[in-house]
Design a protein around this ligand. Structure first.
Ligand code: ZN
Length: 462
């Protein structure tokens, strides 16, 4: 149930911050409320904390009634706040101001607020409140000044207000307002470890501290205030999570303990570095120049279907030897003019230039595209994560180079049986009705074909 539990009672002066808080059903934790103001302006509202609470501070500049509608899924709640003009204190009477108003503090720590109270008689009692609800202190005016020590028990942001105590309820007229963020205990830096350079499609570990959280407490790591990346658990006051970014540019990472306790940091996700080992590194002989030229129309993915591919931590020397082995099996075994594929991606993720990209390959029956092979047999096992990342980077680069702008939408494509089939521009060998298992399982699952297409599409859109 979406409910409002804190809302100003009565009119609020313009240009003064106020707070609205509420609860939502626990199933909505981590989601954002949608906020619509005056049935016109819609925006992302506050996030719902893991404990189901949410809050948002407002500040309006215009007089009049403001209608606020909060909604999540099919639940919504609406309320109206009356904004009134700033009431100037009667001339020559009183004026309250904050002169000491810390922006942050910690729970359990003494925090001093102080200010001026021009025109107030000595001994006048003031009322210091949080969120227009909780009394923080009753400082007395001495020599036109006041001060009050305050201890906050709970973390969260607070609107702090001082005004004159009149009988029971204190009115808002002449009040001074400030806000403060209260951190849990020692205010550790909750995100302590961010890799210096974050590249797209590259797994990185982000870690931090979670002071005061019980063992195994679950946190939420979110990006761009929208997508959940991970739910790390607290171990001995620390947390860490492996993270993979698919999009380039500035991304906001948040670690969320609750609505009251979260922090964020902005990282810049860089393009992955595409490194291709040139053919000259493994073979002292170029692609025969008499081979027909190629204007690539698509990209076909293969597996080499050869056993004993180098391990994921192989050295470049081992992989160069493997490249010569594949070359020999194509040239001496198959009697081809050159190695069949244009590129081979080793389990380590290293990309090797094979046949010159400008020359027609020998990798499928039509050979009207670039042939990229994952070294190994992928009928039942999946390609390695480095192989996946390299394939995305390489395919994106080739799509750019040859104007293959849409790697996702199927178009009529010639097939081995002299027919056509609707296929995207990045395909698996068998997709063209070729009698082969290549590049492994049906639909390219083991070589993550659809994921590669989608990731390439994302990269091309930047
Ligand atoms: Zn193949």
């Amino acid at each position: 149930m979406l409910k409002v539990i804190l809302v100003p009672q009565g009119p609020v002066q313009v240009k003064q911050p106020f707070l609205i808080a509420g609860t939502a059903s626990a199933g909505c934790a981590g989601r954002n409320l949608k906020l619509t103001i005056d049935n016109r302006h819609s925006t992302n509202g506050p996030a719902i904390g893991l404990d189901g609470t949410w809050q948002l501070s407002f500040l309006f500049h215009q007089v009049g009634n403001r209608t606020m509608k909060f909604s999540v899924e099919d639940e919504s709640v609406e309320l109206t706040v009356q904004m009134v003009a700033v009431v100037a204190p009667p001339l020559g009477t009183s004026r309250l101001r904050f002169t000491i108003a810390p922006q942050t503090t910690q729970t359990g720590q003494i925090t001093t607020f102080a200010g001026e109270a021009d025109g107030y008689a000595n001994g006048t009692q003031l009322l210091l409140r949080a969120d227009q609800r909780y009394e923080l202190g009753r400082p007395q005016v001495q020599g036109g000044r006041w001060q009050a020590p305050v201890v906050f028990g709970q973390a969260g942001s607070r609107i702090v207000l001082v005004n004159r105590k009149r009988g029971g309820l204190a009115g808002l007229g002449g009040a001074a307002v400030t806000s403060i963020v209260v951190c849990a205990r020692s205010c550790p830096d909750p995100i302590t470890s961010i890799p210096g350079q974050i590249r797209v499609e590259e797994m990185v570990a982000i870690a931090g501290e979670a002071d005061g959280y019980p063992e195994d407490a679950q946190l939420v790591l979110r990006v761009d205030r929208q997508f959940e990346l991970a739910r790390p658990r607290v171990k001995a006051g620390k947390w860490q999570a492996p993270v993979l970014f698919h999009k380039l540019g500035n991304r906001v990472i948040e670690i969320i303990g609750s609505e009251q306790d979260q922090t964020e940091v902005t990282v810049n996700v860089q393009p992955g570095e595409l490194e291709i080992t040139p053919r000259s590194a493994w073979l002292n002989q170029p692609t025969p120049p008499e081979l027909p030229n190629l204007q690539p129309k698509r990209i076909t993915l293969h597996h080499t279907a050869l056993s004993s591919s180098p391990p994921i931590d192989a050295t470049p020397a081992q992989e160069a030897e493997r490249m010569r082995f594949i070359w020999r099996s194509h040239v001496n075994g198959n009697r081809w003019s050159d190695i069949g594929y244009h590129y081979i991606i080793m389990p380590s993720g290293r990309i090797y230039e094979a046949r010159a990209e400008t020359k027609r390959g020998a990798h499928d029956l039509t050979n009207d595209g670039i042939g990229i092979a994952f070294d190994g047999i992928f009928t039942s096992v999946a390609i390695s994560q480095p192989q996946f990342q390299s394939a995305v980077m390489l395919c994106a680069k080739l799509c750019q180079r040859y104007g293959l702008n849409n790697p996702v939408t199927p178009i009529p494509t010639p097939t081995a049986d002299y027919g056509t089939r609707n296929l995207p521009l990045i395909i698996g060998h068998r997709d063209r009705r070729v009698a082969t298992e290549c590049p492994g399982s049906e639909g390219g699952k083991t070589v993550r074909l659809e994921e590669i297409r989608q990731a390439v599409k994302t990269r091309l859109s930047f």
